[in-house]
Design a protein around this ligand. Structure first.
Ligand code: PXP
Length: 254
């Protein structure tokens, strides 16, 4: 499949670094994982440099930027430190995320309504450096409208609550979250935003969300790296791409 209907897969390699850091040293190497993911069909690589450097470290970002042949999506909190690193590294894209030291993963979306004053200048600085800015937000109309007003060209819809509701077997909650994502993706597209999605996705949820024509990119990490233990990373990426293409085919068949 090619052309505008193709949905891109961004592979997040943070948890390759999590395993490496459990022992210190260099193995397994997130750059090697990134290159293997690209060879198997990933369209881009995402890495989150957290303030506490719990997984990806500065040297990983430098090596990824220098070595990978597909776009690097640099996930970052909108802090002066991360902004300076982004401007020095010049990744293809920067995805602004909220960050709390005590959280295990990025728990919710950015509150762009409350943080308008700090996010505006960060978005502007990144845009001036030709870095494509994406805002990681919940599929909430107020957040989406504010994201559009801030001049970010892209949003990434947080799919964590939907995936969690499915995992818990909470069908009513899953339905509500799904409707929110579907409506949010349409609203964002109508406001001229490019729409991505991510967090907690697996084969089944990626297939379902790929059937939303407004969504052009999925960013997936934890499931892929976990599944790679059993299937190997290249096979896992191929299966994920196949799941996404099955979902996308439903759009084309409509
Ligand atoms: N997108 C963003 C903005 C994220 O913060 C994360 C988690 O780091 C992901 C996507 C990937 O989530 P997961 O690791 O659950 O697939």
């Amino acid at each position: 499949m090619s052309g505008p209907s193709r949905i891109r897969l961004g592979v997040n390699v943070d948890h390759v670094a999590t395993v490496r850091n459990a022992r210190g040293g260099r193995h397994p190497d997130p750059l090697r994982a990134a290159l293997a993911a690209i060879a198997a069909g990933a369209d881009g690589i995402t890495a989150h440099l957290r303030e506490d450097r719990r997984h990806i470290v500065d040297e990983d970002i430098r090596r990824l930027k220098a070595e990978i042949t597909k776009p690097l999506n640099f996930e970052m909190a909108a802090t002066p430190e991360m902004l300076a690193i982004a401007l020095a590294t010049k990744p293809h894209a920067a995805c602004l995320v909220p960050e709390k030291r005590t959280e295990r993963t990025t728990e919710g979306g950015l509150d762009v309504v409350a943080q308008k004053a700090t996010l505006g200048p960060a978005i502007e600085a990144l845009r001036k450096a030709s870095i494509r800015v994406s805002l990681f937000i919940a599929a909430d109309p107020r957040q989406i409208e504010t994201a559009a007003s801030l001049g970010a060209p892209v949003i990434e819809i947080h799919t964590g609550a939907w995936c969690e509701a499915i995992m818990q077997g909470n069908r009513a909650e899953a339905q509500t979250e799904w409707r929110r994502i579907d409506d949010g993706a349409r609203l964002a597209k109508s406001l001229g935003l490019e729409v991505h999605a991510g967090h907690g996705l697996d084969y089944a949820t990626a297939e379902q969300i790929a059937a939303l024509p407004e969504i052009v990119e999925l960013n997936i990490g934890h499931f892929l790296i976990g599944e790679a233990i059993f299937e190997g990373l290249p096979e896992t990426i191929r299966r994920m791409r196949a799941a996404m293409e099955r979902g996308r085919a439903k759009v084309l068949a409509r």
